[in-house]
Design a protein around this ligand. Structure first.
Ligand code: FAD
Length: 321
């Protein structure tokens, strides 16, 4: 099969249950902005149609071999060999970033890590990054070969147009024989909440020390449920035991890039901002008018959250009714 000269090879994550990960749409959308997206799926051929529906111009399917990550990197190497892409793009998920980094090492390519945007100049594909806690935006480009770029989940809104029937190439991959951890069994964590997952959520409501207690934090849950949002927290709220560590947003927690981020009783320390500053719209409610969160907020309410948030919830519910 022949591939377009401006092909972007897009590694799509496959979940343990065998579906395309949610990041697929944003990755293909990002690739379509700078070239022709060619999806690589290391998994079931049936997923090719899903990739085409999300805008893959063509799809390469490789059967997974034994082991963790190594078969994906083997497939990436083989796919890059046939596609000769202008860039290789992967999700900045745990799986995606490991495969991308290993691929970059194996092929001696330059790696641009945790991009929040892609563009193209006369010399090739350029990655945009939000760095130093979101205080600076920088571009990165490689001086040799095709860049390998991981993209922060949720950071790119662009969506590619669905492709009615994308050609599918089944790639036979010769295993590299490199050492790989074996997967003995997979047990999916039971999701006990109907809320969206924090990573990759379109809306996030986060609470901080200002909630005062675990019971007080219920207000964050209530607002999140009215908005259909995921729930996050500052480290101070986690350290105080209001919520588990998996809720933490920030430098040492989860990085999010939602359409809407609502910060309740969060001061806006640089380590918190590092994980949420790329949100499209930031709303802050804080009783301290000088709290640093207001420096980056698009909308701010100075007031006691225990007064403001119940009113906000009532207004949103009234609008829904
Ligand atoms: P505070 O800074 O105590 O702010 C509480 C806010 O609530 C205040 O602004 C106050 O005015 C407001 N408030 C209080 N009561 C009310 C009320 N009734 N109504 C309205 N507003 C009210 N932090 C993170 O969040 N994520 C990280 O990943 C992270 N990583 C870190 C890594 C390192 C190496 C270090 C050193 C720190 C890290 N931190 C992280 C901690 C960070 O520095 C801050 O301490 C933390 O973010 C503060 O959390 P907070 O805003 O909830 O608490």
């Amino acid at each position: 099969m022949t591939y377009a000269d401006d092909s972007i090879l897009v590694l799509l994550d496959v979940t343990p249950s065998g579906a395309l990960a949610k990041s697929a749409a944003g990755l293909l959308g990002a690739a379509a902005q700078v070239g022709t997206p060619v999806a690589l799926i290391v998994g079931d051929e049936k997923l090719a149609a899903d990739a085409a529906a999300l805008g893959a111009a063509s799809v390469i399917v490789a059967s997974p071999g034994e082991g963790l990550v190594v078969p994906v990197v083997d497939a990436l190497v083989a796919a890059a060999d046939v596609v000769r892409p202008d860039a290789v793009v992967a999700s900045h998920s745990i799986e995606g970033r490991e495969a991308a980094a290993r691929f970059a090492v194996r092929t001696r390519s330059g790696l641009a890590y945790d991009a929040v945007g892609l563009s193209r100049d006369a010399e090739g594909v350029v990655a945009q990054h939000s760095v130093f806690g979101g205080a600076y935006s920088v571009d990165s480009a490689v001086t040799w070969g095709a860049p390998v770029i991981t993209i922060r989940q949720g950071a790119i809104d662009a969506r590619a147009e669905a492709v009615a029937s994308a050609p599918v190439e089944k790639l036979s991959v010769t295993p590299s024989g490199r050492k790989a951890a074996a997967v003995a069994s997979v047990e999916e964590a039971v999701v006990s909440s109907s809320r969206p997952e924090l990573r990759g959520a379109a809306k996030v409501v986060s609470g901080g020390r200002g909630l005062g207690s675990g019971d007080g934090f219920a207000l964050v849950d209530q607002l999140a449920d009215v908005l259909g949002a995921a729930v996050g927290a500052s480290r101070a709220a986690v350290d105080a035991g209001y919520v588990p560590q998996s809720y933490q947003v920030g430098q040492t927690g989860v990085s999010v890039s939602p359409q809407l981020y609502v910060a309740l009783g969060i001061s806006g320390a640089i380590q918190h901002k590092a994980g949420m500053q790329t949100a499209k719209t930031i709303v802050a409610i804080n009783k301290d008018a000088d709290a640093p969160i207001f420096e980056i907020a698009d909308y701010g309410v100075v007031g006691d959250l225990f007064t403001v948030v119940p009113q906000l919830i009532a207004a949103l519910e009234a609008k829904k009714a």
